[in-house]
Design a binder for this molecule. Structure first.
Ligand code: ADP
Length: 358
C-alpha cells in the first residue's frame, strides 16, 4: 500500500565507494519529487546514534555526482549492533521525525537496516562497495570504477615491466572476493591471476611465467586479490615475490590498496547509482520495506534483505543454524542454484584468464 512520508533519512556505512554520492543525490532529488524531505546522517549508524544530521535538498547534492567518497562520511560502528545502540538510533529518528531510512553500503550496512525495520522503521538498502561481494546482486555500485582504477594503474606498471623485463605482482582490494582481481586481471592482460575462489597452482604459475619469459614476453603481470594469504597469514602477493625471486624472475610487489577505492565514478557507477537511488525511494513510497535494490541480468529489482544476507552466507559457506528456517524449499533451491551459477561463472572467467595469458 502506498505510504506518505514527510521526512526520510539517508546514510552511507561501511567502506566508501565511488558512486555513493550519486546515490545520495538520486535519493534526495527523487524524494523531493514526492514532496519528501531528506535528512542526511553524517557518519553512518554512528551519526544516527549521535544525532549528526544534515538537511539535504536539491542544491546540497549539486556538484557531487562526479565525486568519489561519500559526502555523508562513513564511520564503522559495532555499537550499533547492540540493543543500546539501536535504542539511541531509534531515539534520534523519533526526535527528528525521520520516518524511513535509505542505507547505502554492504552486507553489514544491510544487517543494520534490517534490524531497524524490525523495530518498525521502513528501510531500503542500496549497494555501495567496490568489492562486488554481495551474492544477491550481479553488481555493486563502485565496482566498475575500482576495476578501471586497477587497469589504469596496471597499464602504467606495464610500461616499466616491458622496458625492464620485469614481473609486476599487483595486489588489489576486494576483501574475500576475487572479482576485482579476476576481471581487471583479464582486462589488463595479466599473465596470472590469484583469487580466493579458485585454488592457485603455484608450481604451474612459476613454470608458466618462466616459459613466457623464455618465449620472449618481456612484461609479466600478476594480479593478486588481497583475500589470498598463505597458511601463516602472509599476504600471498608478498609470498609470491620471494618465490619468483628464488626462481630467478626479476619481480616487484605493488600494493594498490586504497588507491582503487577513490576517484570519480565511471558512467556505469553513476548510472547504476542514479537508478538504484530512485528505485529505493519508489519502494518506500510504495509502502515496501526491508529490501535491497539489486541488479540481476541487467535489470534492477528489490529483494528481501534477509534473503540477500542468507544467500551470501550460503555462498561463502558461512550459514548459521536456523538461517534457512525462514525460507520455503523453492527459495532454498533457488539460493543453491544462484550459488552454483556464480561459482561456475567465476571458474569460467578464471579459465579464460589462463587461456588468454599464453
Ligand atoms: P559493509 O556495509 O561494507 O559490509 P561493515 O560490515 O563495516 O561494512 O558494516 C557497516 C556498519 O553496519 C557497521 O559499522 C555497523 O554499524 C553496522 N552493522 C554491521 N553488522 C551489523 C549487525 N550484525 N547488526 C546491526 N548493524 C550492523
Amino acid at each position: 500500500m502506498a505510504k506518505t512520508f514527510k521526512k526520510i533519512g539517508i546514510l552511507t556505512s561501511g567502506g566508501d565507494a565511488p558512486g555513493m554520492n550519486a546515490e545520495i543525490r538520486a535519493v534526495v532529488r527523487k524524494a523531493k519529487e514526492y514532496g519528501i524531505d531528506v535528512i542526511g546522517i553524517d557518519g553512518g549508524y554512528k551519526g544516527l546514534m549521535d544525532d549528526k544530521l544534515i538537511e539535504l535538498d536539491q542544491r546540497t547534492v549539486s556538484n557531487v555526482i562526479q565525486k568519489g567518497g561519500t559526502m555523508l562520511h562513513s564511520i564503522r560502528c559495532p555499537e550499533f549492533a547492540s540493543p543500546e545502540g539501536m535504542e539511541k538510533a531509534l531515539d534520534t529518528l523519533k526526535k527528528y521525525g525521520i520516518e524511513a531510512l535509505v542505507a547505502i553500503g554492504g552486507d553489514g550496512t544491510f544487517r543494520g537496516a534490517t534490524d531497524l525495520s524490525r523495530h518498525g522503521i521502513p528501510t531500503v538498502g542500496l549497494t555501495g562497495t567496490i568489492d562486488n561481494d554481495i551474492t544477491a546482486t550481479d553488481y555493486t555500485v563502485g565496482f566498475d570504477t575500482a576495476m578501471n582504477s586497477v587497469i589504469n594503474a596496471v597499464d602504467q606498471l606495464r610500461d616499466t615491466a616491458e622496458s625492464h623485463q620485469m614481473c609486476m605482482i599487483v595486489e588489489v582490494m576486494g576483501r574475500d572476493c576475487g572479482e576485482i582481481a579476476l576481471m581487471s586481471g583479464i582486462a589488463s592482460g595479466a599473465a596470472a591471476v590469484v583469487i580466493p575462489e579458485v585454488p592457485f597452482d603455484e608450481a604451474y604459475a612459476v613454470q608458466h611465467l618462466k616459459e613466457l619469459r623464455a618465449s620472449g614476453k618481456r612484461n609479466l603481470l600478476v594480479i593478486v586479490s588481497e583475500g589470498v594469504k598463505t597458511a601463516d597469514g602472509t599476504m600471498y602477493g608478498e609470498h609470491l615475490l620471494g618465490v619468483l625471486k628464488a626462481n630467478g624472475v626479476d619481480a616487484r610487489f605493488v600494493r594498490l590498496g586504497h588507491l582503487v577505492r577513490g576517484g570519480n565514478p565511471t558512467l556505469r557507477d553513476r548510472l547504476t547509482a542514479s537508478r538504484m537511488g530512485a528505485m529505493g525511494v519508489d519502494l518506500l513510497v510504495e509502502g515496501k520495506s526491508d529490501l535491497v535494490v539489486v541488479e540481476l541480468e541487467g535489470k534492477l529489482q528489490p529483494i528481501e534483505i534477509n534473503y540477500a544476507l542468507v544467500l551470501d552466507r550460503m555462498y561463502k559457506g558461512k550459514l548459521k543454524d536456523g538461517d534457512l528456517d525462514a525460507f520455503i524449499p523453492e527459495q532454498i533451491e533457488k539460493m543453491k542454484a544462484t550459488c552454483a551459477a556464480k561459482k561456475a561463472e567465476i571458474e569460467k572467467l578464471y579459465r579464460l584468464s589462463q587461456d588468454l595469458s599464453k
